[in-house]
Design a protein around this ligand. Structure first.
Ligand code: 48H
Length: 260
């Protein structure tokens, strides 16, 4: 076995996948639970979707569970989804069920990839591409470049739709707002910032906060609550799944109307 063949196999496989994903239907930024859920549902509908994740591993805040106790709480209304993904759950009381955070994120990751989503880890999104008042792509660089503060120019991925699933920081919306000085489709026209803990309200509001906030730019998960000024909810994750699913549903409709 030649070591050069091992190296060539890896490089060629990666480059092929990377080239294949320079133009996608949907680019999702952030491989946390909401971004992965969105990717899973889109991929199930044979939509070309790529997820860009800054960190070495996918999962965002989920593997850490609640304060590093690696269990998560979920609500009854997403038990069907957990069944579909093959994740074991335990009833805690009438309202709360618990699951292992590693099992949950692994199942979601696996199913997203198996259904055709591509996840690019160790890549950071540092800007968006805009054409005549529509976002139509993202600007990417190796996370190591950003962490090292090296001056290395980025590359571009074109997408019909971009999803900000970057969690608490709502990074993409903030970058867009700051650089373009344009109004987002929010009550204040800008990112309101996340509010303090109120689990029930946070979980309720995240669903209606999941929407298009500028032509071509969608927000889901914790980023949706940050953009619209809604509360955080702690380590209960039903809303993250439902928000990712809702973003996928809206985008599917948009793609259908684009092709009509
Ligand atoms: C590439 C990026 C960039 C970038 C960030 O934080 P996440 O897990 O996000 P959600 O919304 O799917 O889930 C939120 C949940 O984990 C959580 O934090 C909860 C429920 N908190 C409640 C509370 O009260 O605290 O994942 C976001 C991912 C992360 O993996 C980031 O590394 C990644 O996005 N990311 N990737 N380019 N510019 N910014």
């Amino acid at each position: 076995m030649d070591e050069i063949d091992i190296s060539k196999a890896i490089i060629e496989d990666f480059i092929k996948n990377f080239l294949d994903n320079l133009t996608v239907d949907v680019a999702i930024i952030g491989a946390g639970p909401s971004g992965l859920m969105c990717a899973y549902r889109l991929a199930q509908s044979r939509i070309k979707v790529a997820v860009f994740e800054r960190q070495l591993r996918a999962g965002g805040g989920m593997p850490g569970g609640g304060m590093m106790f690696n269990s998560i709480a979920i609500q009854k209304d997403i038990l069907g989804l957990f069944g579909e993904l093959g994740i074991s759950v335990r009833k805690y009381n009438e309202q709360i069920y618990v699951a292992n955070s590693i099992e949950t994120i692994s199942a979601l990751c696996y199913q997203a990839i198996k259904n055709g989503a591509r996840i690019f880890n160790l890549m950071s999104v540092e800007d968006v591409v805009i054409r005549t008042d529509k976002i139509c792509g993202i600007v990417i660089n190796w996370s190591a470049v950003n962490w090292s503060k090296l001056h290395v120019d980025p590359l571009v991925v074109k997408a019909k739709f971009v999803v900000d699933a970057t969690g608490h920081d709502a990074e993409i919306c903030r970058i867009f707002e700051k650089k373009m000085e344009k109004k987002l489709i929010t009550p204040t026209g800008s990112v309101a910032g996340e509010k303090s803990m109120w689990a029930e309200e946070g979980e309720k509001q995240i669903i209606c906060n999941t929407k298009e906030v500028y032509p071509g730019l969608f927000v889901c998960g914790m980023a949706a609550n940050a953009v619209f000024g809604s509360p955080r909810m702690g380590a209960i994750f039903g809303g993250m799944f439902l928000s990712g699913e809702k973003a996928a549903d809206i985008i599917k409709e948009k793609l259908i109307s684009l092709h009509r």
